[in-house]
Design a binder for this molecule. Sequence first.
Ligand code: CTP
Length: 397
Amino acid sequence: MLYNKKIILGITGGIAAYKCAHLVRLLVKQGAEVKVILTPAAKEFITPQTLSVLSKNEVIIDFFDANFNWNNHVHLAEWADVMLIAPLTANTLAKMASGLCDNVLMATYLSAKSKCIVAPAMDLDMYQHPSVKHNLDILKTNGNLIIPAETGELASGLTGEGRMAEPENIINFLLDFFKQSLPLNGNTALINAGPTYEAIDPVRFIGNRSSGKMGIAIAESLADKGAEVILVLGPSSEKVKNSAIKIVHVESADQMYEAMLSNYNNKDVVVCSAAVADYKPARVSDKKIKKKDGDLNLELIKTKDILSELGKLKKKQCLVGFALETENVLEYAAEKLKNKNLDVIIANSASEKGAGFGVDTNKITIIDKHNKISNFELKSKQEVALDIVNYLIDLIK
Ligand code: CTP
């Protein structure tokens, strides 16, 4: 997604400008915020009104427009996460290569600190001309990215290379561009979250109060930073917003164990935030247990400790555990870090107000394997997740 990405779309005067209505629509659909700058020639090919309606912003054309302060190009340039110029004509290309500044688009380009991506469009022979090729090389050398023109029917009637890349291909290029700039691009992560339910009979179970919120927030945050994420999720009613996260639904500690072990190989980061039951009923009745006179005693047996098992099998993984304690928080957490062969443990206290199960906030302390302690303030679980993920990025990069 291009959610919340700020994009300046510069449109120059070529026939392919008509495709920009569709391009703007696709950008907005992806969640991007779009501001359009037209060169004076571009408005001969597409109307500012159309682009303004589709982008939901005023379209900028001239330094002296009523809605534009002549030096606003500097703010615009600072605002943008990326500048996209599509279609890029040979004329604007030459200006970009030489630094000529005779319109708002060029002034914005020359002020921009963000990357500029261009999608050239021109006729067959123009695109092949040595001076055009030379100017494209200069643009590349100056750090711009080029979406090559595509081959097909051209406005002149000729057929060949020179068509502006299709809007869908421009969108894919942008998606790739933003993905590659993320710190965890190319990394893989495995997380477990939520409670486990240990069946007593077909209608009853032993569970706990974990909502799964903290682990889901970590999974979302890892995915936002570019990691490929698998989330092994116990029974939780929380929604996972990022559809790129692969979710494996499980119910019991045994199922969670299987899912974690089978996905463990070659992961870069593994976070165990699930509140896994330590004990399960020794026997599960296949029929509903009927009420009888007297008491009922349940025999409980130990479940496998998933995190300890992962610690034993650890190769390159950065293994992260949680410790939810009610007393001696740091001491118990440090013991778990050592005993379970972890790289990092996140300690939180169930007796501290606003921390632990069921609430939307948390207050954590991170301890690493060299006993370095980092304390964090009480924050929303999303902010805590971001702190944890930023900490892990520093650790593994
Ligand atoms: N954990 C696990 N498998 C279990 C129990 C716990 O993987 N059967 C993991 C949790 O996901 C967490 C860490 O171990 O990351 C610590 O869990 P916690 O419940 O705090 O500690 P326990 O090891 O269960 O010990 P205790 O309950 O006695 O504090």
